[in-house]
Ligand binder design. Structure first.
Ligand SMILES: Nc1nc2c(c(=O)[nH]1)N[C@H]1C(S)=C(S)[C@@H](COP(=O)(O)OP(=O)(O)OC[C@H]3O[C@@H](n4cnc5c(=O)[nH]c(N)nc54)[C@H](O)[C@@H]3O)O[C@H]1N2
Ligand SMILES: Nc1nc2c(c(=O)[nH]1)N[C@H]1C(S)=C(S)[C@@H](COP(=O)(O)OP(=O)(O)OC[C@H]3O[C@@H](n4cnc5c(=O)[nH]c(N)nc54)[C@H](O)[C@@H]3O)O[C@H]1N2
Ligand code: SF4
Ligand SMILES: [Mo]
Length: 663
């Protein structure tokens, strides 16, 4: 038995440091939080504590598999790595020869936030093939473009610094499920007198404890933020000196915001005006005040403008310049990694496919994608417009590779399934987007079965396809060194990581970190965003509900999965959550079998009556698998593939549905 240090690369803000115990036969015994990182010391989430069930589970793919039945049937035969890699290499080269490199589409996203498993040797291979580029827009695209245009990639408030705040606003964020290490920090802040405000259409666990909860209608954060900004200006509760020195675009921002009185916003958001007034007063009075900008806010038609309007608030009210003051966003990493030096190949000029519309692209005639290579992603379960993704994956003429550690719903459609290592079985370099920690973890256990890590497989494929070049960085240690050397990191952070430590960053905005925009100032009304938004930046688009489909379906993160990851472990059916009024209006009782439907698809499941949701809003979890519903379709069958106002982002929460009893 031995215990090793590791780091969690899952798509989660916390970026835990781990302590991993493995027995002499290489079986994982336990995973704990490691005290090297104070933020994550002492505990990890239940998902990772129970990781052995995932690593050694029945759904684990431990050998290469080749399709042995019809597309989507899920019948395979075991193959050797040589046979499987030859098949992949030959097929990709054949597609390129017949249709051009752009007929190959790599499809990857959130499975690993590690720098050695994504945008590393994989990018080298796809760039050299001339494959289509993928716009990674499934998450954080609207908020990322808004934050980048206003502030550049200025690091946000590190989550451990929330302890210093006197006011914390959780805006479309549910850390009780999606980043649990913030919860004790918030508790300590509150013990020291901090106020907690939650803006969320449902009463989340932290909303229950909050001093103020604004249960806004989904998609209405933009009017709320603009009304707050307008009121700050009208009441002269702004920091003139700061605005003068550090911002531009104030006049144009103010003109757009002036359309929104507190009264008008309260009516559109459907919350009491007195609550808006209370939020405003608290925000004016408190310092340090921090906004934890979650992702619930961005997943709709107004998402990008909403985030831009929210991020304008700390600038207007002068909330920067103190530890624990400002905002936190997913793209505001303090220790960003660049993998370009490790890739060693410039990105060619190729077409870009928006991953939110992969279903459309795969089903379009004439076909433009002939080979699909899925890794770090489970598109059947996580992309919008599931029925179209499903139809695309069913294409007999589409050569599909799925490289994953488990037999996902997507893997069932593959021609070739390649067995991936889990993060405990390979080396990884990870920088977190909340805790602001950077770590280099070596494999803590041997690979299960014949599983191989991403870098090894993409190297082998490069070799087979004649794409490797002299001078390519190949070995895990060398790849990690190239990434560290090629990233804009403080030398102290590099040294800490080299010595096996956890590099931490926690700068204070406008004291030691500054906007990374071209002129170093905050742009309150970026022209590029104004051009990109249909109708202009900060223009509110009304609710997409119709008489036929009046209910808003939200699909937030749940504690027991990370997106769809780990969904194989709990096979119980999920229920649609619905407010008692909406249930009564449809004569639905607790546990009734129902059909949730719209023009895109339908999901059959049971109903759970829950007054934590606001009336008019229903909820299914994100990342469900086909086995979680009664008809094999999941929430994503109801999610539109229309795009958000900015960044080509997803609009999962623009799903509008109707619900009726079955039978
Ligand atoms: N356990 C676990 N942890 C995770 C994940 C997971 O799946 N499971 N996923 C990870 C990933 S990929 C991400 S992006 C993050 C996401 O983490 P969060 O930021 O917490 O995002 P969501 O869970 O999508 O939604 C957060 C909240 O937004 C609310 N909401 C929905 N629509 C709106 C709206 O229009 N306005 C407002 N104000 N609120 C709204 C929802 O009710 C929900 O409570 O978590 C990461 N961490
Ligand atoms: N309805 C709805 N859908 C959503 C959302 C929503 O709010 N509502 N949110 C979206 C969000 S926030 C996100 S981030 C996306 C995430 O969507 P995805 O990118 O599909 O992420 P996961 O569901 O975690 O699937 C990742 C897969 O990668 C595999 N994997 C992990 N590590 C490795 C590795 O090292 N190598 C290889 N080859 N494979 C690996 C995992 O086993 C897993 O099957 O989902 C989106 N989908
Ligand atoms: S998923 Fe998040 S909370 Fe769980 S171990 Fe990983 S980083 Fe920590
Ligand atoms: Mo995400």
């Amino acid at each position: 038995m031995h215990t090793r240090e590791s780091a969690c690369p899952l798509d989660c803000p916390d970026g835990c440091s781990l302590s991993v115990t493995v027995d002499d036969d290489g079986r994982l015994l336990r995973v704990d939080g490691d005290a090297r990182n104070p933020f994550t010391a002492g505990f990890v989430c239940a998902k990772v504590r129970g990781l052995a069930k995932h690593v050694h589970g029945a759904e684990r793919v431990a050998q290469p598999l080749l399709r042995a039945g019809a597309k989507g049937e899920g019948r395979f035969r075991v193959a050797s790595w040589d046979e499987a890699l030859d098949r992949v290499a030959t097929s990709l080269l054949d597609v390129r020869a017949r249709h051009g490199g752009e007929a190959i589409l790599p499809l990857c996203y959130g499975g690993s936030n590690g720098a050695l498993t994504q945008d590393c040797v994989d990018a080298r291979m796809f760039r050299r093939l001339g494959a289509s580029a993928l716009a990674r827009t499934l998450c954080a695209a609207p908020s990322g473009s808004a934050a980048t245009a206003l502030y550049g990639k200025m690091p946000g408030v590190a989550l451990p610094d929330y302890e210093h705040a006197k006011l914390v606003i959780l805006w479309g964020c549910n850390p009780s499920a999606s980043g649990i290490h913030l919860v004790p920090v918030l508790q300590r802040a509150r013990e020291r007198g901090a106020t907690l405000v939650v803006i969320d259409p449902r009463r989340t666990p932290l909303a229950k404890q909050a001093d103020l909860h604004l249960a806004v209608r989904p998609g209405t954060d933009l009017p709320l933020a603009l009304a707050l900004g307008h009121a700050l200006l009208q009441r002269d509760a702004v920091d003139h000196a700061f605005l003068q020195r550090w911002t531009h675009g104030l006049d144009r921002y103010a003109a757009r915001a002036s359309a929104w009185s507190l009264a008008r916003a309260a009516s559109v958001c459907d919350v009491p005006q007195s609550d808006l007034e209370s939020l405003l007063q608290r925000y004016i009075a408190a310092s340090p005040a921090v906004i934890r900008c979650g992702w619930g806010t961005e997943r709709n038609r107004n998402g990008g403008s909403a985030i831009a309007a929210i991020l304008a608030l700390p600038a207007l009210a002068g909330k920067f310049g103190v530890r624990g003051g400002g905002y936190t966003m997913s793209n505001s990493r303090a220790l960003p990694l660049s993998t370009e030096a490790a890739i060693g190949e410039a990105a060619p000029a190729v077409r870009t496919v928006n991953m939110n519309q992969v279903g459309r692209v795969l089903t379009a005639a004439p076909a433009s994608v002939h080979a699909l290579f899925v890794y770090n992603c489970n598109p059947w379960a996580t992309l919008p417009h599931q029925s179209e993704v499903h139809r695309g994956l069913l294409r007999e003429d589409l050569f599909t590779v799925v490289f994953d550690a488990v037999m996902t719903d997507t893997a069932r459609f593959a021609d070739v399934v390649l067995p991936a290592t889990t993060f405990l079985e390979h080396d990884e370099l990870r920088t977190s987007y909340g805790a602001m920690a950077l770590q280099h973890a070596r494999a803590a256990m041997p690979p299960v079965g014949q599983a191989r890590c991403n870098a090894e497989v993409f190297l082998a494929l490069c070799d087979r396809m004649g794409l490797s070049r002299a001078g390519d960085v190949r070995e895990p240690e060398a790849l990690a060194a190239a990434v560290l050397a090629g990233s804009a990191l403080p030398e102290s952070a590099r040294a800490t990581v080299r010595e096996g430590g956890v590099a931490q960053a926690g700068g204070v905005a406008f004291v030691d970190v500054f906007p990374a925009t071209a002129d170093g100032r905050i742009d309150l009304h970026p022209e590029a965003l104004d051009r990109e938004c249909d109708g202009g930046l900060y223009e509110y688009r009304d609710d997409p509900g119709t008489v036929a489909h009046p209910l808003c379906l939200i699909t937030p993160a749940i504690a027991k999965q990370t997106s769809s990851s780990f969904g194989q472990l709990d096979r119980r059916k999920v229920a649609l959550r619905m407010h008692p009024h909406d249930a009564a209006a449809r004569a639905l009782v607790e546990g009734a079998p129902i059909r949730v439907f719209n023009q895109l698809g339908e999901v059959h499941c049971r109903v759970t009556i829950d007054d934590a949701l606001r009336p008019g809003v229903v909820m299914l979890p994100k990342g469900m698998w086909s086995h979680h519903s009664d008809n094999g379709a999941t929430a994503n069958a109801l999610c539109p593939d229309t795009l958000a106002d900015l960044g080509g982002g997803a609009t999962f929460n623009d799903a509008r549905v109707q619900v009726e009893a079955i039978g």
